[in-house]
Write a protein that binds this ligand. Structure first.
Ligand code: C2O
Ligand code: CU
Length: 469
């Protein structure tokens, strides 16, 4: 009962018939308990005007909203999303972080045909694993225009234990009425060494990440709002809040802290970690963290500072009376203890389980600003040699950053386990001149993108494919 492409029934349509192996297993497990619940939604990608807080910009969004609509399912539900493309160009939707069937992964040229302007496509897949995810186009640098939304897959088996649940989406924003992210990308390629506002990142460096980004963004958003007219999250003193934080930025890692509070990190990219308290978290593009906070009484700034760049986003957490924090609020918490994903340890329930490695694959991240070209294993997508694996193998990816800039490396269709600490993730920050090893179980056959989640790096070639034989 799948009707997926009312425009052109191309070669993709034939692949939509019948679920893949992983989905059959999930469906079988579910059939033993209850019939599969279906969550059906429709979203439209289109040009619109959005108010960032005192400033209205023309851009592209889902359903005229920034962030786009929030989707929610329970683990095991079938999600059915009809995407209408009212943009002047083709698009696609990738479901970031989900281990889903390959033909629904949303990568044009690899897993489907592009959704051409004026047409629609129905994505339909089982949301098997609970967690915090997001969705965005996998077409050019469209993500940077504001096409993104959050998908939460709830865990019916989870004890809960919190009173509020907030979703916080971070974004870096080019507010330049004449120039779109496509123009910025064209500039990067034609004038290597230059970021949006001048020399790369105004020459700034992060002690943690080195060269911090290629594009200078004048604005930073939390839930689509600048610090001048911030989004407000409300609760009551003494309540416990779960905050699901998503970095939807294209070129900015954010250092996040909540004034007057410590955060307890509970999940990384949707999977549980051993809870650990911290003052601040460093979140790369494409990463998600869930934290728990015990709310004090008052009004507190939730700040996302652009790592190694100028500027910060801010939202307000309000539980009582008190003056609103000022937009330029600097937080002591930001410069105390800061955690990265590689500092965490997997919860026992999230362990991959030890096994001998069947296959080692090198993934060398290279390139630079001088000729604006970013590579994996020396090659720029699509002129790449895919990384071949066989179903059932335990695979170790050796991610090695040979460049002077950090790269959040994202793998589609799987979560891997960090060899150090076991944390399950699908996006991991690899710092300049550093290596990270990750293990995965090759249990989801298909063609899966593996790329840097800096939208400009990926567009300039830093992408390859994990390919099942
Ligand atoms: Cu969110 Cu291939 O990426
Ligand atoms: Cu990169």
């Amino acid at each position: 009962a799948l009707s997926s492409c009312d425009s052109e029934p191309g070669p993709v349509a034939s692949r939509l018939i019948g679920p893949d192996a992983k989905e059959v297993r999930t469906a079988e497990r579910l059939r033993r308990t209850s019939p599969q619940r279906v969550v059906a939604r429709r979203i439209t990608a289109r040009p619109s005007a959005v108010d960032l807080g005192g400033r209205t910009v023309r851009t592209w969004t889902y359903d005229d909203a920034l962030p786009g609509p929030e989707l929610r399912t329970r683990a095991g539900d079938l999600l059915q999303v009809e995407v209408a493309n009212d943009l002047p160009t083709e698009t696609s939707v990738h479901w970031h972080g989900l281990a889903l069937r390959n033909d629904m992964d949303g990568v044009p040229g690899l897993t489907q045909d592009p959704i051409v302007a004026g047409s629609r496509f129905v994505y339909e897949f089982t949301t098997a694993d609970p967690g915090t995810y997001f969705f965005h186009p996998h077409t050019g640098v469209q993500l940077d225009r504001g096409l993104y939304g959050v998908l939460v897959v709830e865990d019916p088996a989870e004890p809960g234990g919190y009173d509020q649940e907030w979703v916080v989406v971070l974004d870096d924003w080019i507010d330049d009425t004449d120039r779109s992210p496509d123009d910025v990308y064209a500039d990067l390629v034609s004038t290597p060494g230059m970021g949006h506002g001048g020399m790369m990142g105004a020459g700034m460096q992060s002690p943690l990440l080195g060269g911090a980004g290629d594009v200078d963004y004048p604005l930073h958003l939390i839930n689509g709002r600048t610090a001048r007219a911030p989004a407000t999250l409300t609760g009551r003193p003494g309540q416990r809040a779960r905050i699901r934080i998503v970095n939807a930025g294209s070129d900015t890692a954010f250092r996040v802290a909540l004034g007057g509070h410590r955060m307890t990190v509970t999940h990384s990219d949707g999977f549980p970690v051993r809870p650990v308290a911290t003052d601040a978290l460093l979140i790369g593009m494409g990463e998600r963290y869930d934290v728990i906070v015990d709310l004090a009484d008052g009004a507190f700034p939730l700040v996302a500072r652009a790592e190694g760049k100028a500027g910060a986003g801010m939202a307000v957490v309000r539980t009582g009376a008190g003056a609103a924090p000022s937009p330029g609020a600097t937080l002591r918490e930001l410069d105390r203890q800061v955690l990265l994903g590689t500092d965490l340890t997997a919860a026992d329930s999230a362990r991959l389980g030890s096994r001998d490695i069947d296959r080692d694959l090198d993934v060398v991240l290279g390139g630079g600003m001088m000729a604006y070209r970013w590579t994996i294993n020396g090659a720029a997508y699509p002129d790449i040699d895919a990384l071949a694996v066989a179903p059932g193998e335990r695979v170790r990816l050796r991610l090695r950053n040979a460049s002077m800039m950090f790269h959040p490396v994202h793998l589609h269709g799987h979560t891997f386990a960090l060899a150090q600490g076991g944390t399950r993730k699908d996006t991991v920050v690899v710092r300049p001149r550093q290596s990270v090893e990750v293990d995965l179980q090759a249990d989801n056959p298909g063609q899966w993108a593996l790329h840097c989640h800096n939208a400009y790096h990926a567009e300039a070639g830093m992408m390859t494919v994990l390919s099942y034989r």
